[in-house]
Design a protein around this ligand. Sequence first.
Ligand SMILES: C[S@@+](CC[C@H](N)C(=O)[O-])C[C@H]1O[C@@H](n2cnc3c(N)ncnc32)[C@H](O)[C@@H]1O
Length: 235
Amino acid sequence: MIKRKRFGQHFLNSNSISQSIVSEAKITKNDVVFELGTGLGILTPLLCENASKVISVDVDEQLTKNAQSKFSNIENLVLKSGDGFKSKEPFTIFVSNLPYSKSKEAIEWLAQSSFSHGVIMVQKEFAEKLFAKSSKKRKAVSVIADYSFEIKILSNVGKNNFSPPPKVDSVILKIVKKNVMSKDLIHTINKIFSYRRKTVKNILKQFNKESEIDKRVDDLSGDEIINLANQILKK
Ligand SMILES: C[S@@+](CC[C@H](N)C(=O)[O-])C[C@H]1O[C@@H](n2cnc3c(N)ncnc32)[C@H](O)[C@@H]1O
């Protein structure tokens, strides 16, 4: 099979890691599971064992077709081809070995979605970014993730558990939904980070709003950044 690099196609080859991802997802008969990136389907049938329904989407049509013939006997499975981040299907649990180039997009999409919890695999460096509290390492996505989810590291996963092996190590995270964010709030937080050297006063001036706060973005807490974004958005 040709690896399509732009789709982040590094397929998990470990049955024990797959089992532990699915068991950490704590799926019950009331759950609708959304899997982003069917790939070769190492997780897909396991997700179906306890769920009411599993929706598994892959952007690569060939992979979806292969999965459709391989799993044609699984009644609670819906396989679709397309961009998973465009899906509007409701779900309660999200599970994905994310295509790493799409990790930020995934967090922003999940921040806007309403669901219970999820298990995601991300690149180790991206996970560090999500937990970054120090001003230099902290990015817009760190603030968005911190506001949206309770995040816990479940385990580290080495490169050799994938075929072909990627250049980076991975981390499995459990995310529990705290708050749903609007697209506008996410956009505004990203905008604030593009002005990270400016003071609150100067940022608000650009939006025709006043403030006496001289602190720079890097010196604000996550909550203060959310407040600033809400202030910018306020009509
Ligand atoms: C890291 S692989 C994981 C595949 C499989 N779940 C596994 O664990 O081996 C990521 C998968 O996501 C798919 N993908 C990439 N971008 C996507 C998108 N926007 N929507 C849905 N699937 C996508 C890729 O084609 C690839 O199959």
